[in-house]
Unconditional design. Sequence first.
Length: 623
Amino acid sequence: MCGIAGIISSNPPAVEKIIASLQAMTDAIAHRGPDGEGVWISENSKVALGHRRLKIIDLSDQAAQPMHYADRYTITYNGEIYNYRELKKELQSKNYVFNSQSDTEVILAAYHCWKEECLTHFDGMFAFAIWDNSLQHLFCARDRFGEKPFYFYRDDEQFLFASEMKSLWAAAVQKKIVSTQLLNYITLGLVQDVARPDLTFFEDIFSLQPGHFLKLEVATFDIRLTNYWDIDKESTDFAISQEEAIEKFSFLFKRSVHRRLRSDVPVGTSLSGGLDSSSIVSLICDLQSAGADLPDLQTFSAVFPGYQKDESHYIEEIVQSFKILNSTTQPNAEELQEDFGRLMYHQEEPFQSLSIYAQFKVYETAARQNVKVILDGQGADETLAGYHKYYPWYWQELYNKKQLSASGELKAAASHGIAITWGLKNKLAAFMPGMAAVQLEKKAFHKQAHHKFIDPDFFSSGFNKRSLSKPAVRKLNDILYFHTSQLGLQELLRYADRNSMAHGREVRLPFLDHELVQFVFSLPSHFKIKEGWTKWILRKAMSGKLPENIVWRKDKVGFEPPQKLWMENKKMIEKIMDSREKLVKAHILKSSVLQQPVTAKEAHEDGNDDFRYLCAASIMESF
């Protein structure tokens, strides 16, 4: 994993100026690639590519970037292609020759062989740009789920791209916050525009969307965006048996973990004590027992002794069960107030809670132990219906099929301690999902419009009804698709990328193998929620491989730190009050907010206004 940057000019300035701009861009993301750097400029100076290298696969100079191939292509690339060994063999059978052991060279050969269709061959996370000197165009692509970032800016004379927006600002792109994005965040906690997920918090800076590629023709400066992959949420295999489903899920999951262990540097994994991270640990230990050439597994955890949602006892149970090495971090309020500016600097855009600070400290712990690659469990909850909020949508699907009463799902959920909120509104939503979506949009507008402290002029300048749109949910797959592909998972992937790269670490996510995800979406809903259990098929696949009290845990802890306690710290309160003053001076909040006491909330509690004020003001003043 690395940092990439590029400048494409229709009317290039002097070479010295291009080099200075490109160097500033790569310097801004040096944390992403502390092991090396490189720049390349085309003969006509219209194309300049930069790279910061984090050495993971093939540590030799042969794998350095920007990399050239076949006297025609030049690439700058960030990510990992996990099936590069299999692709390399296939390409060698087609008489392709390789000079390195890197996956980077495999991408170039695959592009030469299959052109843009090469993307469908890749199992991996990636963001890259390939310059084709023969056709004089730039081909840029991003992985299916958006694990790796790709931002771009364009005006009449230049096209700039980079792994992080701070690279673009280093190249003199203006930093101006979009009012709609800021309004939606402060009032609703939204960090993306639902209708336009390519928009960022900053004007004229766009994100290449997951599963898309971009072609830039230098002669005309025209850009073409193409969606090359998407989840099929409509095709359901109702004929598959329970045994077949569990067997195939287990195979795909294990293969995904195995491929994500490919590395020439130490690999470890996060361990929260929950089902997802524990499952990854179990499969790695299975592979070791089966003779895989793997070093002793190191795991990394955040613990909060004395906090009601601390999962230390579950973590310790996994450590003892599998005899693994575990390093812990205990983030606290004092560290938070010292680290907060750095956290905001790396994240660039606001976030919803301080759960990401715990993750930030976990990756910092891995860095201290010199473990460069960390496997993590993101994506399982969104694809396998792991959150309790998914119950009502599943019940609505069953109700619409006239199966809810016979299924016994309401009673089963209640026996797990789930509060049952099922009534007339749910029944109407089951039969009229479009109307339900409209009502949710109205609810969001009402909450936004009645925020007590938003300045009316700021509300008028930022309000955009389109940005509050909600999906029509007819079945469980609809909402899982929305949260996996449109709103939800993208936030988590951004947090993980920035937090890991802040410490020069690479994070890999086994639950986001695209074949595994597509298989999960092809299963009927009862393989995801069954007998009151979320993530049912994962639980069945791991039963007997993990301690049963972890497989069949009824509580759901979303990696929560003691945010309320941290926010009550004296110095954090001072930061919040200072943030309020800045937002009042910027005519975003009314001055009456300054007379209100700070209200500290837990990570996922409603009404987290003061936390949002803190983030919003920090984003405005950073950089």
